[in-house]
Write a protein that binds this ligand. Structure first.
Ligand code: ADP
Length: 446
């Protein structure tokens, strides 16, 4: 096992990784930007290294600075958290070259799954259902493109091969909009990802987002830890998630977890990873993409299965064989996660500023993964996630009541937050019925 791990991240996930390291008797090194001086991930780590000015490209995304911090501090491994460098194959490769362990899958696996078109092709070849769409990148002439689109059917989605975070996706209602939307999508993809390559997918109406958690070790064993449903979204980004999904029956659960295992085995997956699917109202599901990192919503799985996914990630990276067996895993009870963002609850605009008062809910079966307190300055430089409120109940109804009660106790003043939006979601008839889909927040909630 490692003696010292560097955490190349900030916010709640940096604290989460510090907790896992502590539980395993590992010392921690935090890195931070000038905007984060004095925040909790620095004070709670054993050591901290300043890596640069506030803009992420100069600090948390600065590969040289992060590697130098690891060298200086004598860390043996780097945990990238989520976001920032976590799905950067080049960074993973540079870690290996520097003699450091990257706590995640091998660089080749990140690379393979980072190209969504290549990943679709690989999955289709392995027999995992993919959303009907273009087989490769779009490079056909306009007439051919129009014919391809006609075959897929409208409405359809234009997506970026290098896409992520819901950015760069454009829905096209009909053929008259295709050429213009393609141009716009290409510009956006180039701007956001430095890669203009696009593909088309059929738009699945009233879809649910269902994903399956995997763990694979370096010795060829791979297991699944069931599903999470993440259909409450704004701008194609998750807001509230739950596990189990109220929409899966045992047969579909069996099929979707099997498909996820096939996906993981096909790429030789190691570490914690998630296979994302989109599911239509008839419970047909299709592969969307694989996230080759720990995810924001991982605590749901931890509460329902009792497995500490971050500790497992670290043990796997240290070469330990998985001690968990598929047959010993079960879903126990129900968990709900509310992502508390510093943002306007109606138009979702970020709301940076200083938190003037802060009181967390407490009680049984409440887990709060947060990095803020009264006096914390929430910077516009980074993601607006403040905290994750995660509750557990013996069943879904109990989890919903506990989440509502916890939200009512949660007090954050000085900046706008989406606490009130979560209350509305948890009271919405479609949410209560479990029949909601990714369009739930498309219109303002009553
Ligand atoms: P990203 O990598 O940018 O997060 P994903 O492919 O994972 O993009 O999709 C994010 C979200 O966009 C999904 O959870 C879903 O809400 C919506 N979406 C993606 N593909 C489709 C599709 N083919 N039909 C309908 N909705 C989709």
């Amino acid at each position: 096992m490692f003696d010292k791990v560097l955490i190349a991240n900030r916010g709640e996930i940096a604290l989460r990784v510090i907790r896992a390291c502590r539980a395993l008797g590992i010392k921690t090194v935090a890195v931070y930007s000038e905007a984060d001086a004095g925040v909790r991930h620095i004070t709670e780590a054993d050591e901290a290294v300043l890596i640069g000015p506030p803009p992420a490209p100069a600090s948390y995304l600065n590969i040289e600075a992060v590697l130098e911090a690891a060298r200086q501090s004598g860390a043996q491994a780097i945990h990238p958290g989520y976001g920032f460098l976590s799905e950067n194959a080049e960074f993973a490769r540079r870690c290996v070259e520097a003699g450091l362990v990257f706590i995640g899958p091998p660089p080749e696996v990140i690379q393979k799954m980072g190209d969504k078109v290549a990943a679709r092709q690989m999955m289709a070849a392995a027999g995992v259902p993919i959303v009907p769409g273009t087989p490769g990148y779009l490079d056909a002439d306009p007439a051919e493109l129009a014919a391809l689109a006609e075959k897929i059917g409208y409405p359809l989605l234009i997506k970026a091969a290098a896409g992520g975070g819901g950015i760069g996706m454009i829905q096209v209602a009909g053929p008259e909009k295709l050429a213009g939307s393609l141009e716009q999508a290409q510009r956006r993809a180039q701007q956001a990802f430095g890669n203009p390559l696009l593909y088309l997918e059929r738009y699945i109406p009233q879809p649910k987002h269902i994903e399956v958690q995997l763990l694979g070790d370096q010795h060829g064993r791979i297991i699944h830890l069931f599903e999470r449903e993440c259909s409450v979204q704004r701008r194609h980004q998750k807001v509230l998630e739950e596990s189990p999904s109220p929409a899966l029956d045992p047969e579909t659960r069996q099929k979707i977890t099997e498909a996820a295992l096939t996906a993981g085995r096909t790429v030789g997956y190691q570490s914690a990873g998630t296979v994302e699917f989109i599911m239509d109202p008839e419970r047909n599901f299709y592969f969307l993409e694989m996230n080759t990192r720990i995810q924001v919503e991982h605590p749901l799985t931890e509460l329902v299965t009792g497995v500490d996914l971050v500790q497992e990630q670290i043990k796997i990276a240290a070469g330990e064989p998985l001690s968990l067996r598929q047959r010993d895993l079960a879903q126990r009870g129900h968990a709900i996660e509310c992502r508390i963002y510093a943002e306007d609850p109606v138009n979702f605009f970020p709301s940076p500023g200083t938190i003037t008062a802060y009181r967390e809910p407490t009680g049984e079966h409440i887990r709060l993964d947060s990095w803020v307190q009264a006096g914390t300055v929430v910077s516009h430089f980074y993601d607006p996630l403040l905290a994750k409120l995660v509750v557990w109940g013996t069943d879904r109804a109990e989890a919903i009541v506990r989440a509502q009660a916890a939200l009512a106790q949660f007090q954050i003043e000085g900046i706008k937050t989406n606490l009130s939006l979560h209350q509305k979601i948890l009271a919405h008839p479609a949410f209560l019925a479990g029949t909601y889909d990714v369009t739930l927040l498309a219109k303002p909630l009553p």
